[in-house]
Design a protein around this ligand. Structure first.
Ligand SMILES: Cc1cc2nc3c(=O)[nH]c(=O)nc-3n(C[C@H](O)[C@H](O)[C@H](O)COP(=O)(O)OP(=O)(O)OC[C@H]3O[C@@H](n4cnc5c(N)ncnc54)[C@H](O)[C@@H]3O)c2cc1C
Ligand code: SF4
Length: 569
């Protein structure tokens, strides 16, 4: 679709202005467009074309997802990290040991500075996601009722089930409905991908330990679907998929949204402030266009979907006379209850080649532990799997950087002995909210537009340390049962908080003193302000990946919003 002219956009009063085009904003815009709602999407990042993702270019694996050279989009301008949490000495066995981790410089007794992994562009972080398309386990929505920790969601798995179905159809999810650890369901739109050699080896080991390694459910096409070709198993998903078979939101929800003719997307439009009228109703937003000029749009409803770091930042930066502590923040809860990706993994070396660096980045998962069971010594779900990407091992160069400590002939000997022969097993688990984990405005650092950046303060607790120890022990047992010759090292969130799944900073709930939005994503304090992204998750999903749930929540809420539009003249 051609990019609309800014002047044209400013002339109209939009039914809904969506800020951010990632997993939440993209799905919401799609549903609004199909329901005939005139919707403007403002996206801070550019529009990428799959032809830019040249995985055949020399040095492709030296960079992460392509970002434009424009210094305004530099990561360091967007957030800062609080002083690292002191590390408990009794859990020092959780310390990351892989050679390549030396690049994360930090004092040995503190967590490294927080790294918020995300992508800025039309499609948001799904541009470089690995395509995992998971439904959360029903218990993830009821942690307070079932286990007395965290908060219940104001909706249940059953409320979301039809919207999970809808999201899977748009994405073309490939998977197997035979998963005894999840609720019964109908067939996926596409059959599952075949397991890689490495996953087959680990599957046999899992069987010996009484566990089941199952094909992952992925928004990656196993057959032609909806005008897109099937995957060629190049493993480059996190660098952007050149074939378009990965269901990043630009190729799926947003392409379909634009095709309705009701949804316009303006890239490189950075929203600074949500504006309100004298009655305290939201009236539109202020943003900078591609040239850095300040622009204003008017809308009946503003829907924020900037992700769990930028959405609270935008609310706090939108403080004014009527909202002195930030928009929708009378309760003081904006930015609180921040939840990060609690990860742990072990790399093992085998005698024979398994070529785990080829194929899908995460083709299999072990869901035996997705439902929390306090008898394990912690109250959280966790999901394990085979993932070279989590071990940073997806090419010879990444392999060398991550694992080799040697130079010259010793380095060559190490590579000959290990390349193609290593497997990384990893797991993700829940974090329970704690007062030390939150997003606030940085008191001193401002971005290129003079606005305070977000400051991420991240701290884990006893429950997370124990869950990580469980994942490490289980991974080691699996590698041993699979015949690994040597353990090369481990990486954990204990000292390395790099998080791609972040949640909780504007959580949903029924009690306005404890939450920001209701089950429809509608702000308790501003009736025509909506939030539909990962920030509204009260819990982290038991180790499953979040994008499908973000989409399901957004599809449901956007349908209800379309029905309510008449309330906002
Ligand atoms: C490397 C990596 C791999 C991942 N793999 C998976 C996976 O396999 N499966 C899975 O389910 N999840 C995965 N995730 C996580 C998933 O991508 C995110 O959880 C999800 O995209 C979050 O959705 P969101 O809508 O909250 O935010 P995002 O998708 O991050 O979208 C936010 C958008 O808002 C824009 N924005 C921010 N501020 C402003 C502003 N002020 N004005 C205008 N626009 C703004 C941003 O540019 C961005 O495009 C992965 C993430 C990463 C980083
Ligand atoms: S592995 Fe498949 S989905 Fe991933 S980038 Fe390659 S072709 Fe695309």
């Amino acid at each position: 679709m051609p990019t609309p002219r800014v002047e044209e956009i400013e002339k109209r009063r939009w039914d809904v202005c969506v800020v951010g085009s990632g997993a939440g904003g993209g799905a919401a815009a799609y549903r609004l467009g199909t329901l005939g709602v005139n919707t403007l999407v403002l996206e801070a990042g550019p529009r990428f074309s799959p032809s830019e993702y040249r995985l055949d270019r020399p040095g492709w694996d030296l960079v992460s997802f392509p970002l434009p050279a424009d210094p305004r989009w530099k990561e360091k301008d967007r957030y800062t990290s609080g002083t690292g949490q002191p590390l408990p000495a009794q859990y020092s066995h959780l310390q990351s040991t892989l050679q390549g981790l030396r690049r994360y410089q930090h004092p040995p007794d503190r967590r490294a500075p927080f790294v918020y992994e995300h992508a800025r562009g039309v499609g948001g972080s799904t541009l470089h996601f690995q395509g995992e398309a998971h439904r959360f386990h029903p218990s993830a929505f009821r942690m307070r009722t079932l286990h007395g920790v965290g908060e219940d969601w104001p909706l249940t798995y059953d409320d979301l089930a039809p919207f999970y179905d809808g999201a899977e159809r748009v994405l073309g999810v490939a998977g197997s409905a035979e998963n005894p650890f999840k609720p019964p369901r109908g067939p996926y739109p596409l059959p599952p991908h075949r397991l890689s050699w490495a996953s087959r080896r680990i599957a046999r080991a899992a069987g010996k330990l009484g566990l089941q390694l199952l094909p992952n459910s992925l928004a990656i096409l196993s057959q032609p679907y909806d005008g897109r070709p099937p995957c060629n198993y190049c493993a480059g998903c996190t660098w952007g998929c050149p074939l378009r078979d990965k269901g990043s939101w630009d190729q799926t929800f947003l392409a379909k949204a634009e095709a309705t003719g009701r949804v316009w997307i303006l890239p490189e439009a950075l929203v600074h402030r949500v504006e309100t009228d004298k009655q305290g109703r939201v009236s539109g937003v202020l943003f900078s266009d591609k040239e850095g000029r300040e622009r204003r749009v008017k809308a009946r409803v503003v829907l924020l979907a900037c992700g769990a770091i930028e959405t609270p930042r935008l609310l706090l930066n939108s403080a004014g006379n009527q909202f002195p502590h930030g928009l929708a923040n009378g309760s003081g809860q904006v930015g609180k209850h921040f939840l990060e990706t609690v990860h742990a993994g072990v790399t093992g070396r085998f005698a024979d080649r398994l070529d785990a660096h080829r194929g899908l980045p995460i083709d299999s998962r072990i869901w035996d532990f997705v439902a929390p069971d306090p008898r394990r010594g912690f109250t959280a779900g966790c999901v394990l799997g085979v993932s070279q990407i989590a071990g940073d091992l997806l090419s010879p160069f990444r392999h060398a950087v991550s694992l080799s400590a040697a130079w010259g002939t010793a380095h060559k000997a190490f590579m000959r002995k290990s390349f193609g022969r290593v497997v990384h097993l990893f797991g993700i688990t829940d974090q329970l909210p704690n007062p030390g984990s939150r997003v606030v405005l940085d008191p001193t650092v401002k971005d290129a537009f003079g606005l305070p950046v977000a400051r991420i303060e991240a701290a884990l607790g006893e429950n997370e340390w124990r869950a990580m120890a469980f994942i490490l022990n289980t991974s080691r047992d699996l590698l041993a049962a699979a015949g690994a010759e040597e353990i090369l090292g481990q990486t954990t969130a204990f000292d390395l908080p790099h998080a791609s799944h972040v949640f909780g900073t504007c959580r949903m709930g029924t009690d306005p003193s404890k939450s920001i939005v209701n089950a429809e994503g509608r702000a308790h304090e501003a009736p025509n302000l909506y939030i539909l992204d990962a920030s509204l998750f009260p819990t982290a999903g038991g180790g499953d990946s979040p994008s499908l749930t973000i989409a399901a929540v957004a599809l449901r809420a956007a349908g209800l919003l379309a029905e309510r539009l008449k309330e906002f003249p």
